[in-house]
Ligand binder design. Structure first.
Ligand code: PLP
Length: 370
């Protein structure tokens, strides 16, 4: 029986092992571990790739979101509106920044619903924190209109969306600041934790750098309370190496998405994500391939029995489901989606045959002829 794991870390390493080994040796021999030139170079390349002024390497995107919020000026006690279909990290960063996360409904595209954002704005709202989920960027025109109308900041959770674009503009460049993740399973992943804060605002960048460096400014003087959150120099070197072939990686993911779309086209019980070229406003990088499926749990088991790994995002828990953290919202559309959503394997180790095998099994589960 073929095996199509949801993710294959060893295969990803093996695919570029010689390149990685050369970096380990080079960085090791130089003893260049913290805040060295590799980090600076990567930050410069990342900023230019995204078309933003500044990128700051941080320890992970959760730290990055907290820093992005604080540096953008989200104040203690303010409310921050986010999609309930996001990682706990998004809400946790708001909480750590001293503000209150307000989860709202997502729409049919699984991204934050602008109408729900508008309805959730209160006198205490300070920011909208859209998650550019699954490698797709939200309707930023609508969100910017709402933010402009109510005087709110936009801070993006672009953890899943490096290189994703809306109307030609990269995720992470729309608001006051944004965070990107380099967690190993992300499209640009390192070998542990890593992240970046990106911004066009030089003061936000300075403030963020100070927060991540014990409150010290560029001259080394302590100017505020801070903490320690850094992207390791070794990781920066590895990420920089991978950034060079990032375009090809995204291209392959979009090709896999096209193959899935074709293979699942006739299955009425499945709603696939939008195909790569279906909407000229969106350029998606397919961090995930998240479908909606009838009898989702049975389908998941059926695929598992045939060697196919799938995943339900966030362990099946939306933010507002976490009543242990004090959430009291009722979000029926999100509840319904969370009974239907399933992520099919989406990674660079997949062959075309693997994708065909997954599609054939989804079709046979629903009784379509092969
Ligand atoms: C991965 C992820 C994060 C957290 O990233 P870390 O680097 O692991 O802290 C935050 N938000 C979303 C949407 C993510 O997918």
């Amino acid at each position: 029986m073929p095996s199509v794991p949801f993710f294959n870390y060893p295969a990803l390493f093996a695919a570029q092992e010689a390149g990685f080994q050369a970096i380990f040796s080079d960085v090791g021999r130089r003893g260049a571990f913290i805040k060295q030139k590799d980090l600076e170079d990567f930050e410069t390349s990342l900023a230019s790739f995204l078309g933003v002024r500044h990128a700051l390497g941080v320890g992970n995107a959760t730290d990055g979101l907290e820093v992005a919020l604080l540096a953008a000026g989200v104040e203690e006690g303010g409310e921050v509106i986010l999609s309930s279909h996001t990682m706990l990290a998004t809400a946790a960063a708001v909480h750590s920044a001293g503000a209150r996360p307000v989860p709202v409904e997502c729409g049919a595209d699984h991204l934050i619903d602008p109408a729900a954002v508008e309805a959730a704005v209160s006198a205490r709202t300070r920011a909208i924190l859209p998650t550019q989920l699954n490698g797709r960027t939200c309707d930023m025109d609508a969100l910017r209109r709402i933010a402009g109308h109510h005087g709110l900041l936009i801070v993006e959770d672009a953890a899943q969306a490096l290189g994703s674009r809306y109307k030609g503009q990269c995720a992470g460049s729309f608001g006051a600041s944004a965070a990107i993740s380099f967690y190993p399973a992300k499209v640009l992943g390192c070998f542990g934790d890593g992240g970046a804060v990106v911004t066009n605002d030089t003061r936000v960048h300075e403030h963020a750098s100070e927060l991540c460096n014990f409150g010290r400014n560029a001259a080394g003087d302590v100017v505020r309370w801070g903490f320690n959150s850094r992207l390791d120099n070794l990781h920066a070197a590895i990420l920089h190496f991978q950034l060079r072939s990032y375009g090809q990686a995204v291209c392959r993911r979009r090709r896999i998405a096209t193959l899935y779309g074709e293979g699942l086209n006739e299955v009425a019980e499945v709603v696939p994500p939008p195909a790569p070229d279906s909407d000229p406003n969106h350029f998606d990088i397919f961090q995930n391939y998240e479908i909606e499926a009838e009898r989702r749990d049975d389908l998941k088991q059926y695929l598992k029995d045939r060697g196919i790994g799938t995943l339900i995002q966030w362990n099946g828990e939306a933010i507002h489901h976490l009543t242990v953290l004090g959430f009291t919202q009722h979000l029926p559309y999100t509840d319904w989606l969370f009974t239907r959503m399933l992520m099919l394997p989406m990674n660079l180790s997949l062959s075309d045959d693997d994708v065909h095998y997954v599609c054939a099994n989804v079709r046979s589960f629903y009784g379509y002829p092969q």
